[in-house]
Design a protein around this ligand. Structure first.
Ligand SMILES: NC(=O)c1ccc[n+]([C@@H]2O[C@H](COP(=O)([O-])OP(=O)(O)OC[C@H]3O[C@@H](n4cnc5c(N)ncnc54)[C@H](OP(=O)(O)O)[C@@H]3O)[C@@H](O)[C@H]2O)c1
Length: 308
């Protein structure tokens, strides 16, 4: 039985990961800014305090951990990207990452591996749609807000490698779950019998079923040969239009596409609209070659599983 320490473990990915680990009998410690808001329903789980801004952390949690998964960060899609929100998006990831690295250097521990979340936002837009050459992990960070954020975010954990601890970075695609995130938002208009298609709807979405993502996290921690950067998305990305059509079909509803024009999205969402309209096709050859098998490589199966 190993102990997994998850920062930001109260979020969408953290909750699903926690469920998987507890189901397999592992110990989970969640580092949260608000431990008193949660009551664990099993002795395998505990919530401990950290505050990366004030540089406070439960040191015992670090001493007990075998593996660390760093997921904390202000939600990128939750609020309009004002100057202040952008600073929060960056600081919550980069300062917390540096704090975690410094803490591991300072406190004696037996951590074997650390996973740092990153995002497909590392990459720029596809040079053509469809893109016959999906972005591989060796591509440089794109020079925009999310590209620079991902670069600083990933770099904040690099000192961990110098401590002799295995470091894995996952550049995560759009996570599909009914609980929250993109899919939950895409489903809402279906209640009104419509399927909004964003922009021209041709932009590619590199998505991943939440269960595949948490399996990948668990799997890569256990594989001693796995380190470095891996893209984390299903092998078959789809266009926004295909996603919406498949979602309607999987929901047993007619597909009634309603185009949402680019200018309208820009007006409502501001700079964040760039991300919704951006086409990003990422390659997962590297993680597949390393031996990871996706349970949900195709969007149809993923959506049917989630909806049922
Ligand atoms: N979901 C996706 O589609 C997706 C795609 C690509 C990458 N990712 C990345 O994967 C990670 C996990 O994603 P998620 O969807 O589970 O995120 P989430 O649901 O937004 O949860 C993130 C967690 O981070 C903590 N947090 C929020 N604001 C913070 C702040 N200002 N300072 C420190 N901690 C803060 C919160 O924990 P406490 O309040 O308990 O401290 C929260 O539960 C994130 O870093 C995200 O950017 C997600």
């Amino acid at each position: 039985m190993a102990t997994y320490l998850i920062t930001g473990g109260t979020g969408l990915v953290g909750e699903a990961l926690c469920e998987l680990l507890i189901r397999t009998g592992q110990h989970v410690i969640i580092l949260t800014r608000n431990p008193d808001s949660f009551s664990p329903n099993t002795p395998l789980l505990s919530y401990r305090h950290w505050d990366p801004v004030k540089e406070q952390i439960d040191e015992l949690a670090i001493q007990q951990a075998d593996y660390i998964i760093h997921l904390a960060g202000a939600n990128v899609a939750e609020k309009r990207w004002t100057t202040q929100r952008k600073k929060e998006i960056v600081d919550s990831r980069v300062r917390s990452g540096r704090f975690l690295s410094n803490t591991l250097a300072r406190i004696p521990n037996s951590v074997q591996a650390v996973i740092g979340a990153s995002a497909q936002g590392w990459y720029g837009p596809d040079p053509s749609v469809p893109n016959p050459n999906p972005f591989q992990e060796t591509a440089p960070a794109f020079r925009d807000f999310l590209g620079s954020t991902c670069q600083l975010w990933e770099e904040s954990l690099h000192p961990i490698k110098e401590l002799g601890i295995r470091l894995i970075t996952l550049r995560i695609g759009i996570v599909l779950s009914l609980k929250a995130g993109a899919l939950a938002e895409f489903r809402k208009p279906l209640r009104w019998g419509i399927s909004p298609v964003l922009g021209n709807g041709n932009q590619m979405i590199s998505w991943i079923h939440i269960q595949d993502l948490v399996s990948l996290i668990d799997w890569s921690l256990k594989q001693e040969k796995i380190s470095g950067v891996y893209n984390a998305a299903a092998p078959h990305p789809v266009s926004n239009r295909t996603l919406m059509r498949t979602l309607a079909r999987a929901s047993r509803l007619p597909f009634v596409p309603i185009p949402v024009p680019t200018f309208f999205l820009k007006l409502i969402l501001g700079e964040m609209s760039i991300e919704i309209l951006k086409s990003t096709t990422i390659s997962v050859e590297k993680v597949q070659a390393a031996g990871f098998h996706f349970s949900f490589p195709e969007i149809e199966d993923a959506l049917r599983d989630l909806l049922n």
